[in-house]
Write a protein that binds this ligand. Sequence first.
Ligand SMILES: *Cc1c(COP(=O)(O)O)cnc(C)c1O
Length: 382
Amino acid sequence: MTEPLPPKRPTWCEIDLSVVKDNLVLLRDLVGGGVAIFVCLKGDASGCGDVAVGRAVQDAAVDGVAGLAFGNLDRAVAARDAGIGLPILLYPTCLPEAAPFLERHGFMPTLSTLEEVAAWSRHATSLQVYLKLDGGGFRAGALPHHAAAVAQAIAGSATLKLAGVYGHPMTSYGPVDAGYTDAQVTSCLAAFDAIAKAGIEAPIRMLSSSAIILSNPEADLNAVDPGRLVLGHGFPAVAGRERPWRHALVGLRSRLVMVKSLADPGDVMPAPFLPLRPGMRLGLIPYGWSDGFPRRMPAAATALVRGRRVRLLGPTHSELIRVDLTDAPDAQLGDEVVLLGRSGGEEITLPDLSRQWGTDVSALYPMVGKSIRREYVQSGNR
Ligand SMILES: *Cc1c(COP(=O)(O)O)cnc(C)c1O
């Protein structure tokens, strides 16, 4: 006799991994065959699970996918441990002493300064590295007028090999800062020229995260490294770059673990936070602000129960949320409560939920995906 599986907390989000391949195919078609694709899995792949998404990227085997990029060394190690063999670019995340470890794992670190080149050279035996450019975002990267010198130092190192040069112009997804993005792209393009003029070959030349791919086609060069686009986050696109990206995050669901009537509250004191309604019915779901739900109950927070829209009632709790079931009189213990997704003829979409929570879709992903169980689904083409 086998033991039955232990029951799980009935709160979960749904990640559709089939979109990874579909979005990569759209991207492949968009940037063309000569442009390599690195998929950025930063932030636990925006809360979707970096190992699961990395494996989906590997299994999709879309032409031109050249590797993955991580911002956290520990997560890159987890990907290798899970059997992901693709080349891995590390954004600035570790110190030069890590060089032998990186060589063994096939990880390529990011260098910005002459000081780093000297230190990494000392610790490495034969290490592929990337030079990063700072076009005015003022984070990691060599400023354009330093870039050729740093590239030259890498080229002159006996232990380092220049795998590529990349930049990451900052964007703010609106027309207000488009000029600022364009200026960084222009600065980085000048730095690529300076490196080439110094006679240094950068096999990979890369500038475009998701927003830049859609807004600045001149920055495609010979490689791109989008993250969120692969998970379906759209950004403003110039003519010809619109595509039907599909979102990976498709559901946020829980179940009623308690339902009771407040139609006759007896002689308990009325609560200042909970205006009772005639015939009121109250439900609870095992989900709360410890799980990514906003700490303050949004005024517009709703969910779907049996195809009907119901309100969530504050205050929020660490791991519980109240549901006003007065308008769903047939709801009962165990019923599904949909915060994102479909229920009967009703739907709460990602933009709806981000409006409810007073945030944007990109911020919503990790809020939902990082703290609760993920169920991976494969929808196939819809
Ligand atoms: C985060 C990051 C990306 C990917 O950004 P998205 O907006 O998710 O596409 C690309 N390149 C670098 C250097 C990054 O840090």
